[in-house]
Design a binder for this molecule. Sequence first.
Ligand code: MF3
Ligand code: CO
Length: 256
Amino acid sequence: MITIKTKEDINILREGGKRHATILKELAAMVKQGLHSQELENSARKLIAEGGDTAAFLDYKPAGAKRAYPAALCVSVNDEIVHGIPNETDKIFKEGDIVSLDLGLVHKGLITDAAVTVAVGKISTELQQLLDVTSKALYAGIKVIKDGKRIGDIGNAVTRTALPYKYGVVEELSGHGVGYSVHEDPYVPNFGQAGKGETLKQGMVIAIEPMFNLGTKEIVLDQDDWTYRTADGLPSAHFEHTVVVTKSGAEILTEV
Ligand code: MF3
Ligand code: CO
């Protein structure tokens, strides 16, 4: 069921979204060579708690999942697409890596979801382009949103951005409604036909999240039951915002 958020809900999401954006920015700025992903996890928990909020992903167990997600933050490095789990040992950043940080925040009971992919030190021009184009696709998807448009319009705009670069657009994972829970209806795929799919309505809150691979679109699920990787081992980028549909467009909630 697709829910429509009230004015009061949207005010809370706006407030939470700003906190969310501030925290994510701070975490992104910490990313450097030699940092352990666990240090980012610890900082995420600390920053969230300082604001009196809670982590939406920690202990989140979607229907069908074998185990709950064990962290506040998803840290996905290079060929990891999304849902990488931070840890003490093997996830230490090195120059040239790309790192996706995905955070969920619960503020006064309402959830926002956003992600960025950042570079560790100097990265190749090829990887920089992957980051730039994936981010551009997120904004292209957001730009077509307004009351009366369709879900397919979003995916169409996202995929069209990837086309000239021949990136693999991940199709098995998608954006989603968000707010009352981490994943709500509708699905927001990163591909689609313009003018097709559910109609967007004022007050709908959705997370748009393109995932672009340098190689093919094929994905594999890791043994840890959470981490999605590219099947060909090539790097992948991920950007996400939570937005609310308005009469004339979309308001990005997870930005400062
Ligand atoms: N933005 C991610 C998604 O929508 C957040 C996943 S939450 C997790 O899939 F807990 F499942 F990691
Ligand atoms: Co999401």
